[in-house]
Ligand binder design. Structure first.
Ligand code: NAP
Length: 267
């Protein structure tokens, strides 16, 4: 598994991780089974986990899954509220759940970022947060995201990027590169929509020499072959799929020709 630095002077993280939206939002009966996806990620060297208070029980289930091996996990979570006091409470709660340190703390969907950043900076200065960032899923918010990026207050962003969602190529990815910001890619499979009608296996043969055979792996490699991307965080509730997804995280990377072919196949 290749590792890249999450922004200038940032920590090294694996290029493939696990998104926990829906995947870890489960009750106590189901949680031990979902812990196996976390086990599979750690075993594959894909020890990057993205969560949020927006994902119901996912953040707590993740905390339980990594409690006894906290040092092995790179945890990226979020604060998500327009209320300053609730923001402080969410941040405190995450700190407690993850053993007093969160490796990457993001402002979810830019909600209340002006309120939350001072506390996040304070904790970063105390060494309790590694990198501070912001996320948004919608093109309509990219002007505001770009403004925050330029302000120098964050070290990374999380944005959607797949062959059918490429708006970030216009301004956000070039800006991230110019400013030396880390980039986590959400929705690499378009929330699964890109996997609904996969191309015929024969059409995927040209990609075998790049170490990827399946359509999900090819989509992950498509995103990671853009050097401005630090890592992808596909979500899966199936341990074997986590293991397979992690295999997309090694060189050789696609060139422009292969990326064009993937985009054509994705339609
Ligand atoms: N900040 C934001 O606004 C925001 C918004 C959306 C997402 N995110 C983050 O980004 C993460 C990923 O995005 P996403 O969850 O929306 O969608 P995604 O990763 O694009 O797609 C997830 C879907 O792909 C399926 N899948 C994964 N690996 C597979 C494989 N190898 N073979 C077949 N199917 C596979 C999963 O089903 P199975 O579970 O059945 O495998 C799931 O239905 C989220 O979990 C979250 O952490 C952030």
């Amino acid at each position: 598994m290749e590792r890249r630095t999450l922004g200038q002077d940032g920590p090294e993280i694996p290029v493939v991780g696990l998104g926990t939206w829906q995947v870890l939002d489960v009750g106590p009966d189901e949680a031990p089974f979902r812990h196996r996806v976390v086990d599979a990620a750690l075993a594959a060297g894909a020890n990057l986990f993205d969560s949020s208070p927006m994902y119901g029980r996912a953040e707590q289930v993740l905390a339980d899954a990594v409690r006894d091996r906290r040092d092995e996990a790179f945890v990226a979570t979020k604060v998500w509220t327009p209320d300053a006091a609730e923001g402080l409470a969410q941040i405190d709660r995450s700190m407690e759940w993850f053993g007093g340190r969160v490796d990457c703390f993001q402002v979810h969907n830019l909600v209340g970022w002006r309120l939350h950043l001072p506390r996040l900076h304070e904790l970063r200065d105390q060494g309790r947060i590694g990198v501070i960032g912001a996320t948004h899923y919608s093109d309509a918010a990219f002007d505001e995201l770009a403004m925050l990026m330029r302000s120098g207050q964050i070290g990374m962003i999380q944005i959607p990027y797949n062959p059918r969602e490429r708006t970030v190529e216009k301004e956000i990815l070039p800006l991230a590169q110019e400013l030396g910001l880390g980039v986590l890619v959400m929705r690499p499979f378009g929330e699964g929509s890109l996997l609904a009608n996969p191309p015929h296996p024969e059409t995927l043969e040209p990609f075998h020499e790049f170490g990827v055979k399946t359509w999900p792996q090819i989509l992950l490699k498509w995103a990671l072959s853009d050097p401005r991307v630090t890592a992808v965080i596909p979500a899966t509730s199936v341990p074997d799929r986590m293991t397979a997804n992690a295999k997309a995280g090694s060189a050789p990377w696609f060139g422009p020709r292969e990326r064009r072919m993937v985009a054509q196949l994705a339609g």
